[in-house]
Design a protein around this ligand. Structure first.
Ligand code: 0WD
Length: 253
């Protein structure tokens, strides 16, 4: 499905990361993949995970450092000469902002969360565009807290609202270049980032009880949807937020 396609994956922290599940799904369908990692602490993880994958590239890229972003795309251009898809699976908010009341969010926490979790999407799309010579597909990861109040999710919910809105504006700007931009609104999954949200296990139990499918999603199910969105099977879908949440979002009382 993805033979002869080159993808860039942002946000693998370890094997539990949603980005890694996306990478495995895309790899199994023939894609060549470049991985970025944030900071030296994650370099060893990603190098170990990708050691048996052929023709990969692993480059540092902290999105708050524009020169690292530029260097990452230059490295992809040099190695592959093109880019067909990009998976954006990164987010961050200071831990103290992910508990208590949203009202108490500091200016610094607000700006940091919005910069890393939302601005990074248009930032990376701008660098990806010249490499997506034959069109392309960009996928980002959102969460239900973008549209409804989820206890403790706080400023990250605001960042995800900005992210989903950015998805639509980017889809409009990039449509003429045949570049599609979509978000996946994933149900909660126990990853490194998710552990930063207080009372995460309560969310998981609630979804098991209330969602139509009576269970939580797996990272691989999110990865499979990302595979669909970066493949030509979804060629007329852009600007959407697609729920991969066992149906939880449809429920009222
Ligand atoms: O329940 C969940 N796990 C859900 C996650 C439900 C719905 C959505 N999501 C979203 C997250 O908000 C995020 O956008 O999916 C995306 C991936 O999250 P994940 O797979 O749950 O988390 P994780 O494995 O921790 O990967 C996120 C990574 C960071 O990991 P850590 O944990 O080290 O902060 O985002 C990256 C980093 O690798 N990241 C950055 N990358 C570049 N520059 C930066 C940065 N400044 N900051 C964080």
């Amino acid at each position: 499905m993805l033979e002869n396609k080159v993808g860039m994956i942002f946000g693998v922290a370890n094997k539990r990361s949603i980005a890694w599940a996306c990478a495995e799904a895309c790899r199994e369908h023939g894609a060549e993949l470049a991985f970025t990692y944030q900071g030296e602490r994650l370099e060893r993880n990603i190098t170990r995970l990708t050691k048996d994958m052929e023709n990969t590239l692993v480059v540092p890229c902290d999105v708050t450092n524009q020169s690292e972003v530029d260097a990452a795309f230059e490295a992809v251009d040099k190695k592959y000469g093109r880019l067909d898809f990009l998976i954006h699976s990164i987010a961050f908010a200071p831990r103290e902002a992910l508990e208590g009341e949203f009202l108490d969010t500091s200016r610094d926490a607000f700006l940091t969360a919005l910069e890393i979790s939302a601005y990074s999407l248009p930032q990376l799309a701008l660098s990806a565009k010249p490499l997506m010579k034959d069109g392309g597909s960009i996928v980002t990861m959102s969460y239900y807290g973008a549209e409804k109040v989820v206890q403790n999710y706080n400023v990250m919910g605001v960042a995800k609202s900005a992210l989903e809105s950015s998805t639509r504006y980017l889809a409009n700007d990039l449509g003429k270049d045949n570049i599609r931009v979509n978000a996946i609104s994933a149900g909660p999954i126990k990853t490194l980032s998710a552990r930063g949200v207080k009372d995460m296990s309560t969310f998981l139990t609630h979804i098991e009880e209330r969602s139509p499918l009576k269970r939580n999603v797996t990272a691989r199910e999110v990865g499979n949807t990302a595979l669909f969105l970066v493949s030509d099977l979804s060629s007329a879908i852009t600007g959407e937020t697609i729920y991969v949440d066992c149906g939880f979002n449809i429920m009222g009382i």
